[in-house]
Design a protein. Sequence first.
Length: 105
Amino acid sequence: MATTFAIIETGGKQYKVAAGQKLKIEKLETEAGQGLVFDKVLMIADGDDVKIGAPYVAGAKVDAKVIKQGHARTVIVFKYHSKTRYRKKKGHRQLFTEVEITGIK
């Protein structure tokens, strides 16, 4: 059984996606429950039929549905210089959008 997957670009990153997959991407200004269309498709593979874009595959689209918007877990950024009494502690929570891939065209 051949699986169909695509490689898309969003938020400056590339993701390998398949229908039914859930993933967290950089925050997009879309409400939960609404649909999305990713048109920056770098590659589509359907078994032995592979289409590679230069840089994008013409006419290819990946449909998705926004599940939720949220914050990732806190990442601690700690800077330290020995012998100089320099210590800085800072936390960061990255914003994300969780999407579910509904189809690859």
